[in-house]
Write a protein that binds this ligand. Sequence first.
Ligand SMILES: Nc1nc2c(ncn2[C@@H]2O[C@H](COP(=O)(O)OP(=O)(O)O)[C@@H](O)[C@H]2O)c(=O)[nH]1
Ligand SMILES: [Mg+2]
Length: 296
Amino acid sequence: MNNSGFKAGFVNIFGPPNAGKSSLMNALLGEQLAIVSPKVQTTRHRILGILNEPGMQIIFSDTPGIIEPKYKLHQKMMLQVKNALEDADLALLISDITESPERFRTVAEGLHLKVPTLLLINKTDLIKDQNLRAQKIATYQAAFPEWDLVPVSAHSGEGLDTLMGKVRAALPEAPAYFPDDDISDRPTRFFVAEMVREQIYALFQDEIPYHTAVIIQSFETKPSLDVIKAEIIVSRETQKMILLGKGGKGIKELGIRSRKKMEEFLQRKVHLELFVKVRPKWRDNEAYLREYGYDK
Ligand SMILES: Nc1nc2c(ncn2[C@@H]2O[C@H](COP(=O)(O)OP(=O)(O)O)[C@@H](O)[C@H]2O)c(=O)[nH]1
Ligand SMILES: [Mg+2]
């Protein structure tokens, strides 16, 4: 096979929590692969999203936000960030336009990037005043004169064409890494579990989402629908009570919302059963973390 002219490469998306990394990857792919929430540290795993275009394959990687590790779970998350840093063809370092360049600098400087990097200033839609927007961007450029800066909005789509042009230009000539009908390296089970987690972030407050893991126990494809059984792991009995809610109201609502997301993603009917289990201190337990998939 003659691959000459074909371009392929890995583009990794980094930044502090809540900058919009997952939203940006979804916007570039035109598909909701990574879960999004207004709460920090929603993304725990590295997720690849594959964009196949004529003559080109771009493999985006969404990573957990850059944070100080407090638990073993955090250490695992930061290890993923480090690994991702080392194997990219291009890094997209992303900040929020409402965030000051000074705060962002502490993140950017700790990274020691060896790969070519674009600095994305995301959420431009939040600043309606054009002058103020231009001023914010100029302040960023002055603070980081060495970076190629691209203002974008994952929500409005502003700047994404410019960004894609720069991404294409940065890709090396290489054969495709994945079959051209793949959209991710993750199996369907993974995305289905993430959908339950996303709805837990949307429905429950405070520490609940951070103490939760979701595992798919079984996934059966029947002629008319998929039957999915999922286990929700929490650290304490009180958290289980909150998830279940009065007369099971909480878990019921969670089930309905998760099922709707799954049906949209799978494009077929789903029967979903949720179970809640207490596993004290699972976030600091090596064996549990492995069992729940936090080993990559
Ligand atoms: N207004 C606005 N909000 C955004 C944009 N991109 C992301 N967000 C919001 O910022 C929050 C964090 O987004 P997410 O993609 O989960 O950030 P991550 O933690 O970096 O992965 C969510 O509430 C998103 O809806 C954007 O372009 N504009
Ligand atoms: Mg994220």
